[in-house]
Design a protein around this ligand. Structure first.
Ligand code: NAD
Length: 312
């Protein structure tokens, strides 16, 4: 195997740290660019000494330029990743997620980076009625966050079209697993439910709990990123990354209660602005073009996640 230098933007975050860890364990050199706005040093503890850390903001083109020097592939995970946050402050989400992504693409192009793999989001589908969602559905973003992720995808395809630059977008569907932050104001549902149940607190459900998601264990996303970095004839394209299943929040809660051995009932609050009702991916395109396969299914992913939070 040829040893390579990879840059993971947002590498101190939940998903970025799993990508970084896998690359280091495979014997590669890894650089992380992160401003630690939601990322944490402890996320990189297991590979700390083996990662070259650039502490900085992707809105700062100069530091992005330094970070991409000599890099083979960039995994671009850095972003403000929350719908409610983007509703409260659309301008900052725009600057980090759109201008920041443009900075990464320009710097990567100019430095001769071979490929950028970009973390997009299932939120770009919005309330499109079709299920499962395939990549040829016309996106309908319903929040500034979703719009920002879609704009990044468009920059990727434009950079391919105009400059011949190789970049690929992966639309992640509700990723979960160890290290996902349960505490932030904008935390995702699985870490919130798991920690609430483990602490004997009542988890909060916004709306009736019948909204559904294609919950995807993080190892599947790491795999998809590595495949997207190497696959042929995929530049400029978009792929769903998910498990291809769909579970309601009430089903999720039942499974977690069973794994944890809890009988705590949820609290119901009003539905949140900008949230979509149902989400499920078609993963056929990723299977065909990337060779993607689901490595860890929903139930196994939940068990591993609960184990991790228990051990914290
Ligand atoms: P995360 O918040 O744990 O990670 C994001 C990382 O980016 C953090 O380490 C943060 O400090 C860093 N960051 C934020 N703004 C930055 C800036 N201006 N400059 C440099 N670094 C910055 O979130 P995550 O769940 O790991 O998400 C990673 C990526 O995946 C994001 O692009 C997100 O939009 C996308 N995504 C995540 C999910 C999910 O379910 N977790 C779903 C769809 C898409």
């Amino acid at each position: 195997m040829k040893k390579r230098l990879y840059l993971v933007t947002g590498g101190a975050g939940f998903i970025g740290s799993h990508i970084s860890e896998r690359l280091v364990r495979s014997g590669h050199s890894v650089r992380v660019l992160d401003d630690f706005s939601s990322g944490k040093e402890e996320n990189l503890e297991s590979v700390g000494g083996d990662v070259e850390l650039f502490r900085g903001d992707i809105r700062d083109l100069e530091i992005v330029k330094r970070a991409v020097e000599g890099v083979d592939v960039v995994f671009h995970e850095a972003a403000l990743g929350s719908v409610p946050r983007s509703v409260a402050d659309p301008l900052t989400t725009h600057e980090v997620n759109i201008t920041g992504t443009l900075n990464v693409l320009m710097a990567a192009r100019d430095a001769g980076v071979r490929r950028v793999v970009y973390a997009s989001s299932s939120s770009v589908y919005g309330e499109t009625p079709e299920l499962p969602k395939s990549e040829d559905i016309r996106p309908q973003p319903l929040s500034p966050y979703a719009l920002s992720k879609l704009a990044g995808e468009h920059y990727i395809s434009v950079f391919h079209h105009v400059y011949g630059f190789e970049a690929v977008s992966l639309r992640y569907f509700n990723i979960f697993g160890p290290r996902q932050d349960p505490e932030s104001q904008y935390a995702a549902v699985i870490p919130k439910f798991v920690t609430a149940l483990l602490d004997g607190n009542r988890p909060t459900i916004y709306g009736d709990g019948l909204q559904s998601r294609d919950f995807t264990y993080v190892e599947n996303v790491v795999e998809a990123n590595l495949l997207a970095a190497e696959a042929e004839a995929v530049a400029g394209r978009v792929f769903n990354v998910a498990c291809g299943g769909r579970y309601t929040l009430l089903e999720l809660l039942d499974r977690l209660k069973e794994i944890i051995g809890s009988d705590t009932e949820p609290l119901h609050e009003a539905a949140r602005a900008g949230d979509v009702r149902d989400s499920q991916a078609s993963i056929e395109a990723a299977e065909r073009a990337l060779g993607y396969r689901v490595m860890v299914d929903f139930d196994e992913g939940l068990r591993r996640t609960v184990d991790w939070y228990r051990g914290k």
